[in-house]
Write a new protein. Structure first.
Length: 148
């Protein structure tokens, strides 16, 4: 029998393969457990900015998505309400890993943190960003409120 986490991992993998932006980044869900998620994006010249580093938007994508996925292991379908990211170093490496952790599950929101690492040629993890995110369960507010 398939566990709830295995089912969630299969659903998320399918979403990432069919979501155009995730497919463009060639993102892979490499680890999933309750309260924790890990994503990986390989280096591509198409993802760099003018100085040759991986673009901050890609780093932000990893930080945001690992938080949302970690939160989903606790409460199901979610969306990001907000996140704050600190860029610590240029994202230079052969691939990039985001690690997301649930800090607290509340009634209306989930607080998560994430760390993004560049993996260098010698397999060293270089910490390039850290973020804090507020994640909402979809059942709480998103389906019932509208700004239009």
């Amino acid at each position: 029998m398939t566990s709830p986490l295995e089912k969630l991992k299969a659903q998320l993998t399918d979403i990432m393969q069919h979501q155009p932006f995730s497919a463009l980044l060639n993102v892979t869900l490499t680890h999933l457990e309750k309260g924790y998620a890990q994503l990986e994006v390989p280096y591509s010249k198409n993802l760099t900015q003018q100085h040759g580093f991986i673009h901050g938007g890609v780093v932000g994508f990893l930080a945001d998505n690992v938080c949302a996925i970690a939160a989903a292991t606790e409460v199901g379908e979610v969306v990001t309400q907000e996140y704050k990211i600190n860029f610590l170093a240029p994202a230079i490496g052969k691939h990039f890993i985001g690690k997301g952790y649930v800090v607290r599950v509340g009634k209306r929101q989930i607080i998560c943190r994430s760390d993004v690492y560049a993996i260098t040629d010698d397999e060293t993890e270089k910490h390039v960003a850290t973020a804090l995110a507020t994640i909402l369960p979809v059942s709480y507010d998103v389906k019932t409120s509208s700004n239009t």
